[in-house]
Design a protein around this ligand. Structure first.
Ligand SMILES: Nc1ncnc2c1ncn2[C@@H]1O[C@H](COP(=O)(O)OP(=O)(O)OP(=O)(O)O)[C@@H](O)[C@H]1O
Length: 440
C-alpha cells in the first residue's frame, strides 16, 4: 500500500442541520472514491480520495480500510499514524472513540477500540517465541503545551529525541498493557481525565489535539524490534471568524491553525515528488508535528481521515477540510530512508530559516502592491485559514491570497445577512412593544 492513505468521511446530518436545510446535502456521490461537492456559491467541484465513507458508513469499514494496514505494519516494526481532521462537530472524536471506548455496541465501536483489539489479535496469532511489550501513553496539546492525560500534574512535558526511542515525550506516564481489556480501561481513564483537564483550564475538547501513543516492542532471542503507533484526534479546524472568536479563543484558534498548517506542510513535504522539497520537512514548526515526526516520516504509514458535515450550512468548512486532504493526497508517497539524528536536526534548522526568509521575501514583494496593514492581515489570514503555500512561489502565495479573500468575503456576506435578519426581528419586536406601551 502507499504510505499515505487519505479518506473522506461524511457523518449523518444532525437535528440542527435537518431543521435548517431539511435533508439536503452538499455532496453527490460518483463512486466509493469520488464525489461532486457543491459549495456556498453553488459551484461544483469533483473530489477524489482513496475511499469515501458516505453517511451511514460502518465504523468497521473505516477501521478495515484505513487503520488495519497501519496496525499490521506497526507489529512488524513500521511506525504509523492515524489522524482525524475536520471542523468541530464533524465526527473526529466519534470516529476515534465511538460513543465510548468500553461497552460500545459492536457496530458503533470507534477506531481506538478496534485498533486495540486488532493489535492484540495479531500479537496472539504471532509466533509464540516472540515476546511482545505494549506500552501506552496519552497526551493532549493545548496552546503548544503538552499535558499527560494519565497524570494531569504533568502539564508541560518536553519533547526529546534519542537513538533508542527516536522522538519521545520526556517524563510521560507509560502504562504497560498485556491485553485488550486492560488497554481499553487505561484509555477510558485517560479520556475521563481529558474532561477533568478541560474543566480545570476552562477549555473545550475541540481546542486541543489528543494523542494516543502505543509503543510495541518485540523480542525474539536476542533480537529486538519496535514500532510506534500514534492516533491523533486533532483540534477543530474551523476558522476563528466562524466562532466569532475574541481574546483567548482567538489566540487558541491561531495556535490551532498554526499547528494544523504545520501538519499540512509536513505531510506535503513528505509526499512531495520533488527531492528538494522532500528534504525540507519542517517538523519543528509545532509540538504536534514534532511528536509525530517518526510516526510520519521515514518508512512509516499514515492514515488521514478527513471528517466533514454533509450539510450545506457547513459547506465552507467541509471544503477547507477536503482541500487539506486533497493537498496531502495528490502527490504520491514514496518510502524515504530515515535520516541520522544530527543530520536531520541540522537540515530542519536550515529549512525553517529558509522558509522564514522566503516567506518574508514574498510578503515584502506583496508589500510593493499592498499597504503594510493589508500585508499583515494577509499573513494572519493565511495562518488562520490553514492555507499552505510554497514560500518559494509567488504564484502560489497569490492564489492563496485570492482563495482567502474570496472565502473571507463570502463569510462576511453570510454574517451581514444574519445581522440583517436579527435587526429585522428586533425592529418588529420593538414595534410590538411600542404598540403595547401605547395601548396601556
Ligand atoms: N458517524 C457518525 N454517526 C453518528 N453520529 C455521529 C457520527 N459522527 C459524529 N456523530 C455525532 O456528531 C456529534 C459531533 O461529533 P464529534 O464529537 O465526533 O465531533 P468532533 O469532530 O470530534 O468535534 P470536536 O472537535 O468538537 O471534538 C456527536 O454527537 C456524535 O455523536
Amino acid at each position: 500500500m502507499p504510505n499515505l492513505r487519505v479518506c473522506a468521511l461524511f457523518r449523518p446530518l444532525n437535528s440542527k442541520e435537518k431543521s435548517d436545510h431539511g435533508d439536503s446535502v452538499c455532496i453527490r456521490a460518483i463512486d466509493s472514491e469520488s464525489f461532486i461537492f457543491k459549495d456556498e456559491k453553488e459551484e461544483e467541484s469533483e473530489f477524489q480520495f482513496d475511499k469515501v465513507f458516505y453517511q451511514g458508513s460502518e465504523q468497521a469499514d473505516i477501521y478495515e480500510f484505513l487503520a488495519f494496514p497501519v496496525i499490521e505494519g506497526v507489529v512488524k516494526g513500521v511506525n504509523g499514524a492515524i489522524i482525524t481532521y475536520g471542523q468541530t462537530g464533524a465526527g473526529k472524536t466519534y470516529s476515534m472513540e465511538g460513543p465510548s471506548v468500553i461497552d460500545s455496541d459492536e457496530k458503533k465501536k470507534g477506531l481506538l477500540s478496534r485498533v486495540v483489539d486488532g493489535l492484540f489479535n495479531i500479537i496472539k496469532q504471532s509466533d509464540e517465541m516472540t515476546k511482545y511489550t505494549v506500552k501506552l501513553s496519552m497526551v493532549e496539546i493545548y496552546m503548544e503545551r503538552v499535558r499527560d492525560l494519565f497524570d494531569l500534574s504533568k502539564d508541560n512535558l518536553q519533547i526529546k529525541e534519542n537513538k533508542v526511542q527516536g522522538i519521545y515525550v520526556s517524563g510521560v506516564t507509560e502504562i504497560c498493557v498485556t491485553d485488550s481489556a486492560e488497554a481499553l480501561r487505561s484509555l477510558s481513564r485517560g479520556i475521563a481525565n481529558k474532561a477533568v483537564g478541560e474543566t480545570q483550564m476552562n477549555m473545550a475538547s475541540s481546542r486541543s489535539h489528543c494523542m494516543y501513543i502505543f509503543f510495541i516492542q518485540q523480542e525474539l532471542k536476542k533480537e529486538k524490534k519496535s514500532g510506534k503507533l500514534i492516533l491523533v484526534d486533532l483540534a477543530g479546524s474551523e476558522k476563528a471568524e466562524k466562532t466569532r472568536a475574541e481574546g483567548k479563543v482567538f489566540e487558541e484558534a491561531k495556535t490551532i491553525n498554526k499547528s494544523l498548517s504545520a501538519l499540512g506542510n509536513v505531510i506535503n513535504a513528505l509526499t512531495c515528488a520533488s527531492q528538494a522539497k522532500a528534504n525540507h520537512i519542517p517538523y519543528r514548526d509545532s509540538k504536534l508535528t514534532r511528536i509525530l515526526q517518526d510516526a510520519l516520516g521515514g518508512n512509516s504509514q499514515t492514515a488521514l481521515l478527513c471528517c466533514c458535515s454533509p450539510s450545506p450550512s457547513n459547506a465552507p468548512e467541509s471544503l477547507s477540510t477536503l482541500r487539506f486532504g486533497t493537498r496531502a493526497k495528490h502527490i504520491k508517497a514514496s518510502p524515504r530512508v530515515s535520516l541520522k539524528e544530527d543530520e536531520d536536526t541540522r537540515r530542519t534548522e536550515i529549512i525553517s530559516s529558509t522558509i522564514n526568509e522566503s516567506r518574508e521575501r514574498i510578503l515584502e514583494k506583496l508589500g510593493q502592491k499592498m499597504n503594510a496593514e493589508d500585508v499583515q492581515l494577509l499573513e494572519q489570514l493565511l495562518i488562520l485559514e490553514g492555507i499552505f503555500f510554497d514560500p518559494n512561489s509567488v504564484e502560489e502565495v497569490e492564489s492563496a491570497y485570492e482563495d482567502v479573500t474570496s472565502r473571507t468575503i463570502s463569510s462576511m456576506q453570510k454574517t451581514i445577512k444574519e445581522l440583517i435578519t436579527t435587526v429585522e426581528k428586533l425592529t418588529k419586536e420593538n414595534q410590538i412593544l411600542k404598540a403595547a406601551i401605547r395601548r396601556h
